[in-house]
Design a protein around this ligand. Structure first.
Ligand code: 6PG
Length: 260
């Protein structure tokens, strides 16, 4: 897997939406256009989904759009950028949220849903397995679409400031932009992370994605969005850029000069 450079890529595009519904309409429209292009160009699309609450409505509209546009659901593989250390049936599960809002409505086949299989065994073993399966699936190709949220502390996926990444080879390293040229996935604990374990794809891997779409809503995201757009190295959401990078945000989460 190639180590992606720390972002020097094209400047991010900021789309300001007047409401969460408008954010979902903008985001779903963009994702659906990328999906159609990827399936058209490569016969497949690989999508890495964000967790949290902001994407819920976006996922519902993506599901409606896939049906309305008769996009071949079997041609899309769904991955999860990060996960909590809970079973997919747990209300806290990112996979569970995506299944409810997107994957069940399009009747996605289990073969296209790539679960971390969290909550059993040890998180580091889980990260090792998920990263290995992901690399085998991709066969050297890049993920087409990466959806990410932004936390009030600037985290994205489960890359929390000050946290420790537990790598599949047993090493532990601070969460940082350069983690990890060797491993796509890690277990996360400590620092700004919530109590317990998290699982996350690593910045180096996330930066191999072609199209990155951040979703952020709420006044508590305005500061971290600003810092992410400005490339503040202390803000994990600043570490991830694609060939294209969009920040689709509600007006209260928009950097001042973008508020119009
Ligand atoms: C998670 C997410 C996390 C999320 C942000 C924003 O597992 O919680 O991956 O990175 O995207 O915390 O969450 P909200 O959308 O709920 O504000």
């Amino acid at each position: 897997m190639r180590a992606a450079p720390v972002p020097e890529a094209a400047s991010p595009l900021i789309v300001v939406a007047d409401s969460l519904e408008a954010l979902a309409e903008e985001a779903s429209g963009l994702v659906l256009s990328y999906l159609a292009a990827s399936v058209g160009e490569r016969g497949r699309a690989r999508v890495i989904l964000a967790g949290g609450s902001t994407p819920r409505r976006t996922y519902s509209l993506i599901a409606s759009g896939i049906s309305a546009r008769s996009l071949p659901a079997h041609a899309v593989d769904w991955y999860f950028g990060d996960e909590r250390w809970v079973l997919p049936t747990d209300p806290q599960s990112n996979e569970g949220m995506a299944r409810e809002t997107l994957l069940a409505p399009i009747a996605a086949s289990e073969s296209t849903i790539h679960s971390w299989k969290p909550g059993r065994g040890h998180p580091v073993d889980c990260a090792r397995s998920y990263g290995g399966a992901l690399q085998a699936d991709l066969r050297g190709e890049e993920p087409d679409i990466l959806l990410l949220g932004v936390g009030p502390d600037g985290h994205t996926a489960s890359l929390f400031p000050g946290a420790t990444a537990f790598l599949p080879d047993g090493r532990t390293v601070p969460v940082a932009p350069s983690v990890s040229a060797q491993f796509p996935a890690a277990a996360i604990r400590g620092g700004g992370a919530p109590p317990g374990w998290r699982l996350t794809l690593c910045p180096d891997f996330l930066r191999t994605s072609r199209h990155v779409v951040f979703l952020a809503a709420g006044a508590d995201k305005a500061g971290p969005v600003r810092r992410a757009v400005d490339g503040d190295t202390g803000t994990p959401a600043a570490w991830i850029r694609g060939i294209t990078t969009h920040f689709i945000v509600t007006r209260d989460a928009a950097p001042e000069q973008e508020q119009g």
